[in-house]
Design a binder for this molecule. Structure first.
Ligand code: FES
Length: 260
């Protein structure tokens, strides 16, 4: 079994004994997450081209206020005139908060965005480790509550995916129908593999074997959890692509091909 000596003394920023390409992973995370945040912010504030036929962009779902299809009607009169308006502003904080506080993403963006540390056994640019026991990172513990919202969003997006198969009251399949279906599958794989959910369904028990039903659910969540990083990236990419697809169809740039 290969061994590596890890010196324990404090080293300067970026110093390391590692000879592998340790910087590739944080760089990819920085570029990938950075690109997603820039695009999602622009798309969420844009406020237009988020519906096409039976399709609704996941960035705008559920649409509480906005178009004629919104749950509670058009843009509310109490919305301040000086504040930019977009239906996505009302809801994007929930899936955004779920992602930001995710255990996987925390480990990834702590390294990629503020080098804490840049990677394992690589020197960091600060002397003290405050961890998540004090302000502000103690707020990350709110993740378990964002999980409940995340599960609600899965139900909502599943309903949107179902609606995406109905064209003027007739069942049909367009490329957009499949895009929204894949979107909810990937987001489900990500959400139902959550570490907090794993704790909730079985981790809290001392003797899991005494609860066979919960053991089965726990095993399912654990199975998804083993690939949590993969689900996280695939679902992140696809939710952005779903918005791009619907946006470009609504703008007339792309044509939604009807399979039948
Ligand atoms: S730990 Fe990643 S979604 Fe909960």
């Amino acid at each position: 079994m290969p061994e590596i000596d890890v010196p324990l003394e404090r080293v300067g920023f970026g110093s390391t004994s590692r000879s592998d390409f340790w910087w590739v992973a944080p760089l990819v995370v920085f570029l990938g997450l950075g690109a997603f945040v820039v695009y999602a912010t622009w798309a969420g504030l844009q406020g237009d081209y988020y519906r096409f036929g039976p399709y609704l962009s996941p960035f705008y779902s559920p649409e509480l206020f906005g178009s004629a299809h919104a749950w509670f009607g058009p843009k509310p009169g109490w919305w301040p005139a000086w504040l930019i308006w977009s239906p996505a502003i009302l809801i994007l904080w929930a899936p955004g908060g779920f992602r930001v506080t995710c255990y996987y993403y925390r480990g990834a963006y702590y390294k990629a965005f503020w080098a804490d540390p840049p990677s394992c056994t690589v020197g960091e640019p600060r002397k003290y480790y405050r961890g998540e026991h004090s302000f502000p990172l103690i707020w990350q513990n709110i993740h378990r509550y964002f999980l409940y919202l995340g599960i609600f969003f899965i139900g909502d997006l599943a309903y949107d995916a179902w609606n995406g198969f109905w064209f003027n009251g007739h069942f049909g399949v367009g490329v957009g129908s499949l895009v929204l279906l894949v979107n909810v599958i990937l987001l489900s794989g990500y959400t139902f593999g959550c570490h907090s959910l794993r704790h909730l369904v079985g981790g809290v028990l001392d003797r899991l074997s005494r609860s066979p039903a919960r053991k089965k659910v726990y095993d399912c969540v654990s199975c998804l959890n083993a690939r949590h990083m993969t689900w996280a990236w695939c679902s992140l990419f696809w939710v952005a692509f779903s918005d791009v697809y619907i946006r470009l169809c609504a703008m007339g740039v792309w044509h939604d091909w009807r399979i039948f």
